[in-house]
Design a protein around this ligand. Sequence first.
Ligand code: AMP
Length: 188
Amino acid sequence: MNIIIFGPPLAGKGTQSKKIIKDFGLTHLSTGDALRSEKAQNSDLGIEAAEYSSKGLLVPDELVAKVVEKFYHNHKEEKGILFDGYPRNIDQAQHLLDLFEADNTPLSQIIFLKVPREELLKRAKKRAEEQNRKDDRDPKIVLTRIDEFERLTIPAVQHIKATGVKTTEIDGNQSIESIYIKIQEVLG
Ligand code: AMP
């Protein structure tokens, strides 16, 4: 069971992902977490990626693809992977479809959390205080991240959906528990 969870920044993908992997036995790939961990280790990849992330921009595809391919090949024999934050544009979407096709592995589902802009900005303020994430602190950077999502990531969702993968939109502007109940219904 391979699943992608999509949603704008601060939609709650990370929070829901933690619940899903626990209950469904999946392995979690958050490319954002992976890139932050590279940065914390001061790797060349992490330092280069942070130049983009600190401005709210997407990191170049070839850098993220390295992280994804390594993770995919290390975990593909397990029950399934939950992709959180990948893909984020059409080229990345095609890259992921190609990885699955090369292994003859199905992509089971797309979950898409929808949250209005004003709510995302409110959440950014709160998370900046709680988690000390630099890219949440400046509202201009948060808006850039939301714009990048709308401009680049929504077409990636459509690209994958067009291949026939089951796609479910969920209102992400509800309590964590209510969202998760919907997700459980979808994943069965
Ligand atoms: P996230 O934690 O998913 O919000 O990601 C934080 C930041 O990491 C993003 O704003 C991007 O700069 C970078 N990032 C994460 N995933 C990707 C990706 N698939 N492609 C490009 N950049 C990414």
